[in-house]
Design a protein around this ligand. Structure first.
Ligand code: ATP
Length: 467
């Protein structure tokens, strides 16, 4: 009963988590729309991240910067010059690929577990492809063009004239909106180093090979934190944030057997980075990066100081201890859609159950942590005529969290439907409810049932939403 992408995609589409984008027009490749359950689920993930990174973390504050930024930003950040992927074409069938991914797949097919080819110059990649006669995944031939660098930024125009002066970009990451506001936030929040700024928002990258459902798309959401610290303390903070991120996943019940931390080797590190670790998840298609955690030194603030003329420094101490410096920065950067996909896969289970008549059946369960579940509970009256009892319970609970209400079909079928969308608690209203003022609560994972007074239900569930 292995989890496959087919099963996840089918459940996501069938139950209203994720639909193909623009479907009635035949779709738009690699775009996805979150349905009624998907939007709740992804919002819950974003809320959980915000809770841990902003609300509960004494160092951090939040920000919501614009997607469109002054184009100088992207010159300073290095994205105009350097944010590109190595593009290669098959001369036979004209399919296009990322050369590095082509090599990585070839290496993995030949038994290498963790190929690392970041930082390889184009000549080295071209030589590898030639020497190993790497085949085109689409037609099987091994005849490729040379590699060209392809910039991943989406261009657009601001205002009514479409000339180069009005050309701007959709941001390829949320981080730069944070760096350009470093001074504003430091001044207005009266934060002292060390402190961090967190942001959740859309980013856009014209990826050459998007795919694997929502794993890699051209429009996606990021949850980023830029944490500023004193030079020399950066490696300590780097370790702090690595732990913090790992604990976040643990606290939401991600199965840590499917998670690994991969430290970048010296030659793989960006020239400005002192240390980088990726938190990876074991997807059905292989290990993939969830979270990039990087010690970016003073690279970003230095570059923005240089390009903007505004000194992005921090001053501390008094008298002869007074010192001014450009802070170092630790960046934990997580994809909201990617981690949502990981949580979907991680939660999926098929269980074989035998009914009272001895018939075998498959029960699909999404074991979401209650904090992430789209519905925290479902109110299920045993019969339609119990609506008078059940509706007020639904109305009361809905004031505090998201609750489903379902009266159609047998109670067994309704339980199964709730299991499949990960509702942790089903509240069954039966014929005794009117007299004993109690309901039965069924646990999704154990299927155990307990009977408790109606007025205790809210507390019972709220307690279990904690993480
Ligand atoms: P990859 O190597 O997978 O392209 P990256 O190293 O370019 O990723 P970063 O620039 O470090 O990614 O972005 C930080 C995070 O944003 C990633 O760990 C991932 O979770 C998310 N992310 C990046 N690109 C995409 C994308 N195209 N679709 C969905 N999520 C993405």
């Amino acid at each position: 009963n292995e989890v496959t992408m087919e099963k996840i995609v089918a459940l996501a589409k069938g139950r209203g988590f994720v639909y193909p984008g623009s479907e009635i027009y035949g779709g738009l490749a690699n775009t996805w729309d979150y349905g009624p359950l998907g939007v709740e689920f992804k919002n819950n993930i974003k809320k959980a991240w915000w809770k841990k990174f902003v609300q509960e973390n004494k160092y951090n504050v939040g920000l919501d910067a614009a997607i469109l930024m002054n184009p100088r930003t992207w010159e300073a950040s290095g994205h105009v010059g350097g944010f590109s992927d190595p593009l290669i074409d098959c001369k036979n069938c004209h399919s296009r690929f990322r050369a590095d991914k082509l090599i990585e797949d070839h290496m993995m097919a030949n038994g290498q577990e963790q190929p690392v080819i970041d930082g390889w110059p184009n000549e080295k990649m071209e030589a590898y492809i030639r020497e190993h006669k790497v085949q085109c995944p689409d037609c099987g031939k091994s005849d490729f063009t040379n590699i060209r660098q392809f910039n991943l930024m989406f261009k657009t125009f601001q205002g009514v004239t479409e000339d180069s002066k009005s050309q701007i970009y959709l941001r390829p990451e949320t981080a730069q909106g944070i760096f350009v506001n470093f001074k504003n936030v430091a001044r207005t929040s009266r934060k002292k180093i060390p402190f961090g700024i967190c942001q959740i928002g859309k980013s856009f990258r014209n990826e050459i090979t998007p795919g694997n459902f929502t794993f890699r798309t051209r429009e996606f959401e990021q949850m980023e934190c830029e944490f500023f610290c004193k030079p020399g303390t950066d490696l300590e903070w780097f370790a702090y944030w690595k732990d913090y991120c790992e604990n976040f996943l643990k606290s939401l019940n991600m199965n840590m057997e499917n998670v690994r931390l991969r430290d970048h080797e010296k030659e793989e590190l960006s020239h400005y980075s002192n240390a980088t670790t990726d938190i990876e998840y074991r997807f059905p298609f292989g290990w993939g990066e969830l979270w990039g955690i990087a010690d970016r030194t003073d690279f970003d603030l230095s570059r923005h100081s240089e390009y903007s003329g505004e000194q992005l420094t921090f001053t501390e101490g008094e008298g002869k201890d007074r010192e001014t410096y450009i802070p170092y920065c630790i960046e934990p950067s997580l994809g909201a859609d990617r981690v949502a996909l990981a949580f979907l896969i991680d939660a999926y289970e098929e269980e074989t159950v035998t009914d009272a008549k001895g018939k075998e059946d498959t029960r699909v369960i999404m074991h979401f942590h209650p904090a992430l579940a789209p519905y925290k509970a479902a109110v299920l009256p045993l019969a339609k005529k119990l609506a008078d009892q059940a509706e007020p319970i639904y109305e009361e609970l809905s004031r505090y969290f998201n609750v489903d209400y379902d009266v159609t079909g047998s109670i067994g079928k309704r339980y199964r439907r709730e299991d499949e969308i990960g509702t942790p608690y089903c509240i069954c209203v039966d014929f005794d409810t009117e007299t004993d003022r109690c309901v039965t609560i069924r646990d999704r994972d154990t299927m155990e049932q307990i009977r408790i007074p109606i007025e205790d239900v809210k507390g019972y569930i709220e307690e279990r939403l904690q993480f």
